[in-house]
Design a protein around this ligand. Structure first.
Ligand code: GDP
Ligand code: ZN
Length: 446
């Protein structure tokens, strides 16, 4: 990909708005700016200006802002034309930019240039998209933390610690006769334990962030009339609100989206999972099962007076193994009982009334807890599956290194592989394919 040509895009959302911004980035935009503004633009000074067509016609009027390289978002010259926020007028301003030699920017191309010009690392670049896509306030907060470099900083600390340990270890490789006792006598193994513990902590923070980013997928199991709709309404009441579906989720399988404590919950209804010969229904059922494979927890709703139905047990046995299960015994008001929680072995049983709302707070609390979400979100970074799997690889390598039994070369090699995995998070080693995949999911103009 060429990164030196001039790109332009409408950076604001489509539709009507008070202001609409066309953004341009290129190696040298001085002539470009002069042509469209009819005058030289002063660096970093907001200037009321006409935006001119080829024949001198005024296409729009607004604020022009120029940011000369390298002190700009992309690291190149950037020109921002802040005009009126209507589709037609913005398209005209954009056309004028294309006429002046710019080409339409690809999705995420401004941010990709920022990454390639070292304005931000890959984890930060990804958090730009996550911030824009954040469906809840909590997700936005954690995306901002990653964008400010907190996640990257934690990764750099791990990489630095590994680097100094490697230097210590690799120095002895030049003196093989000292190898035998080296790992014992030096502090190397203790350092490894410390790094490994730190890695666990970062993984936990990243995992929390990924739950915020993706939302929690919860399989809802329960017979007709046990109170599923009533319960979802209760959950969606009070301090929680309906959230919009996340792009890419299978709409027909996931029917309800609510938010608790800033975490998006997507309920996958299993009511339609029945034996059928009907082709369309079969497809729907297959989709539901594949959505269930990604679930974070299962919630079984039971009429407290009737107990668990055989159909429910049948669905439970088909769920992915290890999926946390919550059993909710509903309608306790009819039995004259108070809400309560019983933890039996690994399962959590909650007794509540979806009708009166009694005990729904217990469900909030335990629902988030069984999926490993910790309230407060202290130190949480927004993270993606890509980051989690890199952290997992690093952890495996460190675990292997610990089994080296004095083989310094083996130890050093595992440390190197762990370090590579971590560096892939911040993008020290990246392929064009990976970059293409990451940035193509951005919106145009960012
Ligand atoms: P769904 O078919 O599982 O979605 O069940 P609904 O939420 O539609 O509820 C079925 C019926 O049970 C409705 O008449 C509800 O008012 C009633 N119901 C639901 N939860 C409770 C509860 O906690 N107590 C009582 N007394 N009735 C309930
Ligand atoms: Zn219902």
């Amino acid at each position: 990909m060429v990164n030196t040509d001039t790109i332009a895009a409408i950076a604001t959302a489509h539709g009507r708005g008070g202001i609409g911004v066309v953004r341009v980035s290129g190696e040298d935009l001085r002539v470009f700016a002069k042509k469209i503004l009819g005058k030289n633009s002063l660096p970093r000074v907001a200037t009321l200006s006409d935006f001119l067509g080829a024949d001198g016609e005024v296409i729009d009027q607004g604020i022009a802002l120029s940011f000369p390289a390298p002190h700009s978002y992309t690291g190149q010259d950037v020109l921002e034309l802040q005009g009126h926020g209507g589709d037609a007028v913005l398209r005209r301003v954009l056309s004028r930019c294309l006429e002046l030699g710019a080409r339409p920017a690809e999705p995420g191309e401004f941010t990709q240039r920022a990454f390639l010009n070292d304005k931000m690392d890959l984890a930060q670049a990804e958090s730009v998209a996550d911030l824009i896509d954040a469906a809840t306030v909590e997700a936005a907060k954690t995306a901002m933390r990653s964008l400010r470099g907190e996640f990257s900083h934690a990764i750099h600390q791990l990489v630095d610690a590994l680097t100094s340990l490697r230097m210590l270890v690799e120095a002895t490789l030049d003196f093989p006769e000292e190898e035998i006792d080296f790992l014992e006598e030096s502090n190397a193994l203790n350092q490894l334990v410390a790094i490994s513990a730190q890695l666990d902590k970062v993984f936990h923070q990243a995992k929390q962030g990924s739950l915020l980013r993706e939302g929690l997928h919860i399989v809802l199991i329960g017979q007709p009339n046990v109170g599923k709709s009533s319960l979802l309404n209760q959950l969606a009441g009070e301090e929680v609100s309906i959230v919009t579906p996340v792009a890419g989720t299978t709409r027909d399988a996931i029917r309800q989206h609510i938010e608790i404590e800033g975490v998006a919950l997507h309920f996958i209804d299993t009511a339609g999972l029945r034996e059928t010969d009907e082709e369309v229904e079969k497809i729907g059922i297959a989709r539901t099962w594949s959505a269930i494979q990604q679930a974070n927890a299962a919630l079984l709703l039971i009429d407290a007076a009737k107990g668990i139905a055989p159909v429910d047990l049948d669905i439970i046995t088909k769920l992915p193994s290890g999926l946390p299960l919550l059993r909710v015994f509903n309608k306790v008001d009819l039995l004259g009982q108070e809400p309560r929680v019983d933890v039996v072995g690994g399962t959590v049983d909650i007794y509540l009334s979806a009708k009166t709302g009694a005990g729904v707070d217990l469900l909030h609390e335990h629902l988030l807890r069984v999926v490993g979400w910790q309230t407060g979100g202290e130190g949480v970074f927004i993270a993606r599956e890509r980051h989690l799997s890199a952290l997992r690889v690093a952890k495996e390598r460190l675990t292997l290194a610990a089994t080296c039994e004095g083989r310094v070369e083996f130890f050093a090699e595992e440390l190197r592989l762990a370090q590579n995995a971590l560096s892939s998070i911040t993008g020290e080693f990246t392929s064009d394919d990976l970059l293409g995949e990451i940035f193509s999911r951005f919106c145009i103009g960012k």
